[in-house]
Design a protein around this ligand. Structure first.
Ligand SMILES: [Zn+2]
Length: 63
């Protein structure tokens, strides 16, 4: 399953999602809940942790 990187233009956070090619693009930011996500086309290092999405940075800011 390919890994897509999205960046929120509202809060500038980045998220990585495993999606099938046929899945609809994700548009709503999981952090600020605004529909401002856009795909970032860049090579990424995959740290495979199973299914679903996970946040790779700035998670500590939620505490
Ligand atoms: Zn956001």
């Amino acid at each position: 399953m390919p890994l897509y990187v999205y960046e929120c233009t509202a809060c500038s956070k980045r998220f990585e999602f495993f999606q099938h090619y046929t899945d609809d693009p994700i548009t709503v930011c999981p952090d600020c809940q605004t529909p401002t996500l856009r795909k970032v086309w860049q090579p990424v290092t995959v740290h495979y942790k199973g299914n679903g999405f996970y946040v790779t940075d700035k998670k500590a800011a939620q505490t």
